[in-house]
Design a binder for this molecule. Structure first.
Ligand SMILES: [Zn+2]
Ligand SMILES: [Zn+2]
Length: 806
C-alpha cells in the first residue's frame, strides 16, 4: 500500500483524473452489454447561454451523483450530454453582434451565423461540466442544431402527423406582438397588474344595457353580448340584438351560463379575442371571428379611425374619445391578471392564426395516469405536473415564425394548395432552401415551402427516445423509457410535461420511469441569485478557489432534494475541511499499514468491533438515502461517521495499538483496511476526484473506484454489545481527554492516576475497555470502582464519575 503525500493538491488532482477517466473510457455506456441492468439518465440538454451558474452546478451534481452511485451498484449507466441550440435569444444576439436584421441575409446564411455563435457558448458550458467532474459519456454528445438531430425531430413530426396527433389548423393562440410569433401556454408568464375597468352602454330595443370591460379597444371585434339565462334583468333581451357603441355593429344577445351575473353589470361582451373565455364562447355559440390586429399588434381597418395604431395606443385614444362623448359611464382601477411573453414581457394577445398543433389535450388523462404511476423525487412534485396538465385548455402550438429552429418539413402545391410532407428519406430538410421535384395529384409541379419552424421544446422533448438510440439502433428500447428524468422544478410544466405527452403520443409509453427534481439556488442573502443583486457567485471563482469536490458537497448536502438552497461559501469551506480531515486520516492509515500482512487474520478487539458495527449502520443509512435520491442524508451520514466517529474516536483510541506490536496492532490494522475502503466508497459519488486519488494510492492503482462495487450492508457485522460497551468506553476517553485539556496538560503527557466510578453493567463495560482507555490517555494507574463517586461525571453517562490525578 502506498502512502498519500502530505500536500493535498486538489486542483491538480481533479484535472488529472478528469483526463484519465476520459482516456480510459471509465464512463462509457456499453451498447452491446446485455448482462448488466441498464440505468439511463435523460440529461436535459441545456440551452448554452454562455454561463454555467451555481444552479446548473446543483443540477449536474444531482445527475452525476445518481450516475456514479448506479454504476457502483452494477448498472450499465447511460449518461449522455447534448446541447439545446435553437431559439430566439441566439438570433437576437447574432443580429446585434453583426449589425443586421435576420431578413437582411438568406435564411441559410443567417442560420450558419447562429450556429457559429452558439458553438462558443457550448465550449464554455462543456468545460464547466467536465471541470465539475461529471461522469458524462462524451461519445454521446450531440447538438440539436445538427442535421442528424433535426432528421430525428422531423421524422417524429411525420410520424405524429401520420397518427393524426399533429394537425395544421386555424385556432386561437397566444401571440407575442413584439416577437411576432405564436407562443405556447407554457411560455406565458402570469402577473397581476393594476388596470382600469370601464362601464359602457350597448343599445337594445329596450334601451341601454351597460357592460364592464377592461379593453374597450376590442369593441370593433365584439361579436355578441352574453347574459346569464336566469338573470331577471336581461332575460327578456335574449334572442334580440344589441348595437355596439362607436362602431355601430349589431350583435346577438345570447344566453351563456358561463357569465357571472355578479361580475360588473352581469352583461358581458364577447370579442375575438379579448381572452380565453371569449375563445370558449365563440366556439360554443359558433360566432364569427373578426380580425382586429395583425402580427405586430397593429389595429386593422375594422378599427375605423383607430386603424394603424398599436393596440395600447388605440385603446388610449378610443377611451379618450368615448369619455368626451359621454360613453364612459363609470371607470375605476382594479387588479387584473395579465399574460406576458416569457422572453420580452410584452402583453400577450389572443389571435386566430393558421398554425401547426400537436394534440395534447386528448392525452391529459393518460398524462395524469402516467404521472401517478412513476416515481417522483421528492414525491410532492408529482402534483405539479398533474395540476399543469389538467389546467391546460389548448393543444400545443408547435409552429413559430422564426429562423434558427428546426424547419417544418412541408411544401404546398402551388395550384391546389394540397400539403406535400417530406418523406422520411428526404430528411433532414429545410423547405425554404431545398425545392421539391414531384407531381401533385392535381398535376401541379410547383410547390411553395412551409416557412414555419418548430418550437424549440419540440427539439428537446424527444430526448428520452433519442438518448436511447431511436430510431437507428435496433435495440433502442433497452435504454427506453429513461430510468430517470432529472430537472429543475421551474421546468416541470415544460420539460417534464412535453417529454411526457410527446413520448406517449409517439410510443404510447411513459418517457421516464422516475423524475428527480431539484430546487433553485439562492444567494447567501436568501434572494434569487442574480448579477444585478450582487449576490451572484460565478462557478469559475468557486473552481479556482476550491476545485469541484468541495462545492459538490454543498450541492449534495445543502438542502433536501427538491427544495431551494442558498449558496454558502461556509458550506464549501466545510466540505474542504472535511476533505483535509479525510486525507490526513487516510495518509495516517497508509503509514500504519506499511508492515501489515493481510494473511494473518486476528480476532478483532472491542473498539474494532465497535467501529465496524457503526460502519455497517452508516452503510445501511447511506444506501437507503442514495436509493431515494436523498443526497443530503447520504452525505451527512457518511461525513458524520468519517469525521466524528472514525477520525475523532476510533483513530485516536487505536493509535497506541498501531504504534505498538502484537495482535492488538494487527487487529487495528485489519480494521482500518476494512473500514477505510468502505467509508471512502460511500463518498465516491459525492467527491469523485479525491476519493479516486485515495483509492488508487492505497487500494488499487490500476482500476477506478467508480467501477468498483458499492459496499453492501452486512448484518452479521452488527454487534450491539460491542456498540453499547464501545460507546461507554469512547465517552470515558473523550471526557477524560477534555478534562486533561482543560487542565492545560498536553495530550501526549501521561497521567498518574484515573479513578472511574460506575454501577455494575457500566463498570463491566469500562473494564472491558480498560486497555483502550489506559493506552489512549496514557494513564499509569487506572482503577474502576463499582458504585458512585468521583469529582466529575461523563457528559453522556452522568451516572459514571471520574477523578483525575496528574
Ligand atoms: Zn415576446
Ligand atoms: Zn395540387
Amino acid at each position: 500500500m502506498n502512502v498519500l503525500p502530505r500536500k493535498m493538491d486538489c486542483l491538480q488532482m481533479e484535472e488529472k483524473w478528469q483526463r484519465q477517466w476520459e482516456a480510459d473510457g471509465t464512463h462509457r455506456y456499453d451498447w452491446d452489454d446485455d448482462t448488466r441492468p441498464v440505468y439511463s439518465i435523460d440529461t436535459p440538454p441545456p440551452y448554452p447561454s454562455g454561463d454555467f451558474h451555481m444552479g446548473n452546478f446543483l443540477n449536474w451534481t444531482y445527475f452525476d451523483v445518481r450516475a456514479r452511485y448506479k454504476r457502483m451498484r452494477g448498472y450499465n449507466v447511460l449518461f449522455p450530454q447534448g446541447w439545446d441550440c435553437h431559439g430566439l435569444p441566439t438570433e437576437v444576439r447574432v443580429e446585434k453582434a453583426k449589425g443586421i436584421r435576420k431578413s437582411d441575409v438568406p435564411p441559410d446564411v443567417f442560420r450558419r451565423m447562429c450556429e457559429e455563435w452558439i458553438e462558443q457558448y457550448i465550449g464554455i458550458m462543456k468545460t464547466a461540466v467536465i471541470r465539475m467532474g461529471c461522469s458524462v459519456d462524451w461519445t454521446t454528445e450531440y447538438r440539436t442544431m445538427e442535421p442528424e438531430y433535426m432528421r430525428k425531430i422531423q421524422l417524429s413530426f411525420l410520424q405524429l402527423y401520420e397518427k393524426d396527433m399533429i394537425y395544421k389548423g386555424e385556432h386561437p393562440i397566444n401571440w407575442c406582438p413584439r416577437c411576432e410569433t405564436a407562443i405556447a401556454d407554457a411560455e406565458v408568464e402570469h402577473e397581476t397588474k393594476r388596470g382600469r375597468i370601464y362601464t359602457i352602454p350597448f343599445y337594445t330595443d329596450d334601451g341601454e344595457v351597460l357592460i364592464a370591460t377592461t379593453r374597450p379597444v376590442y369593441l370593433p371585434a365584439c361579436v355578441a353580448l352574453g347574459v346569464h339565462p336566469e338573470d331577471e334583468r336581461y332575460r327578456h333581451l335574449i334572442g334580440g340584438k344589441a348595437r355596439v357603441p362607436v362602431f355601430g355593429q349589431e350583435v346577438p344577445i345570447i344566453a351563456n351560463d358561463e357569465v357571472d351575473p355578479g361580475f360588473g353589470t352581469g352583461a358581458m361582451m364577447i370579442c375575438t379575442y379579448g381572452d380565453k373565455a371569449d375563445v370558449v364562447a365563440v366556439a360554443r355559440f359558433n360566432l364569427p371571428v373578426v380580425k382586429l390586429i395583425d402580427g405586430r399588434g397593429i389595429l386593422q381597418t375594422v378599427a375605423g379611425e383607430y386603424a394603424g395604431m398599436p393596440i395600447a395606443e388605440g385603446q388610449e385614444a378610443l377611451v379618450e374619445d368615448m369619455r368626451e362623448a359621454g360613453l364612459i359611464k363609470e371607470e375605476h382601477e382594479l387588479d387584473q391578471e395579465v399574460g406576458l411573453c416569457w422572453r420580452c414581457d410584452t402583453p400577450i394577445e389572443v389571435v386566430t392564426a393558421l398554425q401547426w398543433f400537436m394534440r395534447t389535450i386528448s392525452l391529459t388523462d393518460k398524462v395524469v395516469e402516467t404521472a401517478k404511476r412513476i416515481t417522483w423525487y421528492p414525491d410532492w412534485m408529482r402534483q405539479r405536473l398533474i395540476d399543469w396538465a389538467t389546467g391546460l385548455d389548448w393543444d400545443w402550438v408547435l409552429s413559430r415564425q422564426r429562423v434558427f429552429a428546426t424547419p417544418v418539413p412541408a411544401w404546398y402545391c402551388k395550384s391546389c394548395g394540397k400539403i406535400r410532407l417530406a418523406k422520411p428519406e428526404e430528411l433532414p430538410v429545410d423547405p425554404k432552401v431545398t425545392s421539391i421535384d414531384d407531381v401533385c395529384e392535381c398535376g401541379g409541379t410547383e410547390f411553395v415551402p412551409d416557412t414555419d419552424v418548430m418550437d424549440t421544446w419540440f427539439d428537446s422533448s424527444l430526448t428520452c427516445a433519442i438518448h436511447a438510440g431511436w430510431p437507428d439502433r435496433p435495440n433502442w428500447r433497452r435504454q427506453f423509457p429513461a430510468s430517470v428524468h432529472p430537472s429543475g422544478q421551474d421546468i416541470i410544466r415544460t420539460w417534464a410535461y412535453y417529454l411526457m405527452v410527446r413520448h406517449l403520443a409517439l410510443f404510447d409509453e411513459t418517457a421516464y420511469e422516475s423524475a428527480l427534481i431539484n430546487g433553485m439556488v439562492f444567494g447567501s442573502d436568501g434572494r434569487m441569485m442574480s448579477k444585478s443583486l450582487g449576490n451572484y457567485v460565478a462557478t469559475p471563482e468557486v473552481f479556482s478557489k476550491y476545485g469541484a469536490d468541495a462545492p459538490r458537497q454543498w450541492a449534495a448536502a445543502g438542502g433536501s432534494t427538491g427544495t431551494d438552497i442558498p449558496f454558502r461559501w461556509e458550506d464549501v469551506e466545510y466540505g474542504w475541511r472535511f476533505m483535509r480531515k479525510l486525507w490526513n486520516a487516510c495518509r495516517f492509515t497508509g503509514m500504519r499499514l506499511q508492515d501489515y500482512d493481510p494473511a494473518e487474520g486476528v480476532e478483532p478487539m472491542l473498539l474494532d468491533r465497535w467501529i465496524v458495527s457503526k460502519l455497517q449502520r452508516t452503510v445501511k443509512k447511506a444506501t437507503e438515502a442514495m436509493e431515494n435520491c436523498d443526497f443530503m442524508n447520504a452525505t451527512e451520514a457518511t461525513r458524520n461517521f468519517i469525521w466524528h466517529v472514525f477520525c475523532d474516536h476510533y483513530l485516536e483510541a487505536a493509535k497506541t495499538r498501531l504504534y505498538g506490536d502484537g495482535d492488538g496492532k494487527k487487529a487495528a490494522q485489519q480494521t482500518l483496511l476494512y473500514t477505510v475502503e468502505r467509508m471512502i466508497k460511500l463518498m465516491a459519488p459525492i467527491m469523485p476526484h479525491i476519493i479516486e486519488e485515495i483509492w488508487r494510492t492505497m487500494y488499487d492503482p490500476n482500476a477506478s473506484i467508480h467501477l468498483s462495487a458499492w459496499p453492501m450492508y452486512d448484518e452479521a457485522m452488527i454487534d450491539e454489545e460491542a456498540e453499547k460497551t464501545g460507546d461507554i468506553v469512547i465517552a470515558a476517553i473523550s471526557d477524560i481527554r477534555r478534562e486533561k485539556n482543560r487542565m492545560g496538560v498536553s495530550l501526549n503527557a501521561s497521567m498518574k492516576s484515573v479513578k472511574l466510578f460506575a454501577s455494575g453493567n457500566e463498570a463491566e463495560a469500562l473494564r472491558l475497555g480498560s486497555t483502550d482507555i489506559k493506552d489512549t490517555l496514557k494513564i499509569e494507574s487506572l482503577e474502576i470502582f463499582a458504585g458512585g463517586g468521583g469529582d466529575m461525571n461523563l457528559e453522556d453517562y452522568p451516572e459514571i464519575g471520574f477523578t483525575v490525578t496528574l
